[in-house]
Design a protein around this ligand. Sequence first.
Ligand SMILES: [Cu+2]
Length: 179
Amino acid sequence: MKMQAALVILVFSGLLAVQTTLAAQHVIGGSQGWDQSVDFDSWSSDKSFKVGDQLVFKYSGLHSVVELGSEAAYKSCDLGTPVNSLSSGNDVVKVSKTGTRYFACGTPGHCESGMKVKVNVVSADSTAASSPDSDSSSDSDSGSSTGSGSSSSSGQGLRASIGYVLAVGSLVVGLVWAF
Ligand SMILES: [Cu+2]
C-alpha cells in the first residue's frame, strides 16, 4: 500500500512539473545577454516564443531597452516614439498575445550597429513557428506591452486547467486504487 501511495505522489508531482514547463523564460542573447556582441537575428532564429513566455533582458548600465511599435521603426532604428522603455538591467517582459514585438537598445548608435531584436510570438498551442499574420496589423497591436495582459491568455489558461484536471484526477484515482 505504501508503495502505491508513493507512486501516486510521483505521478502527481510529475504532472505538476509538466504543467509548469508550459511557459518558458528566454534570456535575450543567451549567456551573453543584451549586448552589442550578439547577433540577435541568429540567436532568435531557432527560438520559439509563445504566449505566456517571458523575455529577460540582462545588461550593464551602458545599455537600455526600448520597445518599438512597428516594423518600420525597428528597421530604421527610430526610437522617437517608443512603446515602452526599460532600464533596470534585468528586465522581464511577459508576452501576453501573439504578434511581433520589436526591441532596440536606447543608447545612441547601438541600434544602428545591430543591437535590436525582433520577437515573433505565436500561440501557446502551436508547435511549429508558423508564419505571423501580424505584419498587416502592426499599428494596432502595439498598444499594450509589459502589462499584466490577463485578457488574452485563454489558450494557456485552457492548457493549464487541463493539466490541473489531469493531476487532480490521477491523484483521486490513485488514492482510491491504493486504499
Ligand atoms: Cu546598447
